[in-house]
Write a protein that binds this ligand. Structure first.
Ligand code: PEP
Ligand code: MN
Length: 359
C-alpha cells in the first residue's frame, strides 16, 4: 500500500481550487517574469515552466535548459510563488535540486518508461521534494501506479498525480483522450493520492480548456495544472493550447467549485442510491443468466462442429439492441460498446468450455 503525505504548497486558497499555472516552456527570462507577475497577481501560488522539453520529433524547441533554472529562481524571489519543472533523468534531477526548485514533475513520455522512472527515483533517494507524476501517454494504469511505487520505494512521500489524457489514434476532438475512468481507478488503487487535472494537454486547443477544467472538477479533481503564456501565438511549444493570463483569469472566475455533501444531501440521495443498487444487482443476475444460456448454446455448437462466432447473428442482435436503446433514449455508441464487451466475454467463456469439454 502506497502511503502519501499532503503537499502543502498545493493547498487550495479559500473559495478556489489548487492551481498550478505557467507557460509550457521557459523561453526567456522576460517571458517567464512577465507571465509569473500576472499569475501572482491573480493569486496563483505555484508556477510551472518546462526547462527541458521532451519533443516528439527532433528539431523542435527543446527548452532553454539549465540557464532557465536561474530564471525560475528569480520568479520565486520576485513573486513568492513556488516553482515546478519537469525532470526526465538523473542530470535534470540533480540540477533542479541544486537550483532549489520546489516541486518536480515527471512527464507523460517519461512515465511510460520504467527505466527512466527508476533512474529518477534513484536520483531522488534521500530527498523529500514533492513529485507530481503525469499519466503515461498510453492508457496503461499499471505504468502510472508503477511510477508511484518506484518513487515511494525511494522514500518520496509527497506525491500527486496529474491526469493529462491519453494518446489515441482515433481521438478527434481532444489532443489526448481524457478516459476519466482511469484516474477514478487510480484513486481507488492509491487512496489519498491527490489527482490534479491538466486540461491544457488534454484539450490541445485553448478554446476547449475551460470546459475540460470544469469537467475535471466535476470528476473530483483536487486541482488544475494549466498552461498560460503571455503571448501564446509566439510560444515556442504548444502554442495552440496555451491561454493568455486574461483567458486564465476568465476561466478561473467561471469555475464552479463543489462542496462536500451534508447529512441532508445524503438523506435525499439514499433512497435513490438504494434503487440504483437494486438495479445494478439485477443487471448482474441477468448477466449470470445470460452466460448460462450462452453456455448451453456453446455446448451445442461444440458438439455439432459449429463455429463459436456466428457473424450474421452477432450483427442482427447488435442492431436490435442499439435500436431498442435508441427508443429508450440510450446512447448508441454506449450500447454498442456494452454489447461488444458482453459478447467478447461470451466468446471467451465458450472457448474455455470447449477446451474443458474436448479434453
Ligand atoms: C508539459 O507539461 O509541458 C508536458 C510536456 O506535458 P506532458 O508530459 O503531459 O506531455
Ligand atoms: Mn506543454
Amino acid at each position: 500500500m502506497i502511503q502519501t503525505e499532503k503537499i502543502e504548497l498545493l493547498d487550495a486558497q479559500p473559495g478556489r481550487c489548487a492551481l498550478i499555472a505557467g507557460p509550457c516552456s521557459a523561453e526567456s527570462e522576460t517571458q517567464l517574469l512577465e507571465c509569473a507577475r500576472s499569475l501572482a497577481q491573480q493569486g496563483v501560488k505555484v508556477f510551472r515552466a518546462g526547462v527541458w522539453k521532451p519533443r516528439t520529433r527532433p528539431g523542435n524547441f527543446e527548452g532553454a535548459g539549465d540557464q532557465a533554472l536561474e530564471w525560475l529562481r528569480r520568479v520565486r524571489k520576485e513573486t513568492g510563488m513556488a516553482v515546478t519543472t519537469e525532470v526526465a533523468n538523473t542530470r535534470h534531477v540533480e540540477a533542479a535540486l541544486k537550483a532549489g526548485i520546489d516541486i518536480l514533475w515527471i512527464g507523460a513520455r517519461t512515465t511510460t518508461s520504467p527505466f527512466a522512472v527508476q533512474e529518477i527515483a534513484d536520483a531522488l533517494r534521500g530527498t523529500d521534494i514533492p513529485v507530481l507524476v503525469k499519466n503515461p501517454i498510453n492508457a496503461e494504469l499499471e505504468l502510472w501506479i508503477g511510477a508511484f511505487e518506484r518513487l515511494a520505494a525511494a522514500g518520496i512521500k509527497r506525491m500527486a498525480a496529474i491526469h493529462r489524457g491519453f494518446s489515441s489514434y482515433n481521438e478527434r476532438i481532444y489532443r489526448y483522450s481524457p478516459e476519466w475512468q482511469i484516474p477514478i481507478e487510480l484513486r481507488r488503487r492509491i487512496p489519498g493520492l491527490p489527482v490534479i487535472c491538466d486540461p491544457s494537454h488534454m484539450a490541445g486547443r485553448a478554446d476547449l480548456v475551460p470546459h475540460l477544467a470544469q469537467m475535471a472538477l466535476d470528476m473530483k479533481a483536487e486541482g488544475l495544472f494549466i498552461e498560460v503564456h503571455p503571448n501564446p501565438e509566439q510560444a515556442l511549444s504548444d502554442k495552440a493550447q496555451q491561454l493568455t493570463p486574461a483567458q486564465f483569469m476568465e476561466l478561473e472566475s467561471r469555475l464552479i467549485l463543489h462542496r462536500e455533501p451534508l447529512q441532508a444531501d445524503l438523506e435525499y440521495m439514499e433512497p435513490l442510491r438504494a434503487r440504483l443498487e437494486e438495479t445494478d444487482l439485477k443487471l448482474i443476475q441477468d448477466l449470470a443468466e445470460r452466460f448460462r444460456i450462452t453456455g448451453s448454446i456453446g455446448e451445442y455448437k461444440n458438439l455439432h462442429n459449429l463455429a463459436i462466432l456466428q457473424p450474421d447473428r452477432y450483427n442482427a442482435i447488435s442492431d436490435i439492441l442499439t435500436g431498442r436503446g435508441q427508443e429508450l433514449g440510450l446512447d448508441d455508441s454506449f450500447i454498442r460498446l456494452l454489447f461488444e464487451t458482453i459478447h467478447a466475454e461470451s466468446i471467451r467463456c465458450q472457448i474455455e468450455n470447449n477446451k474443458k469439454q474436448n479434453k
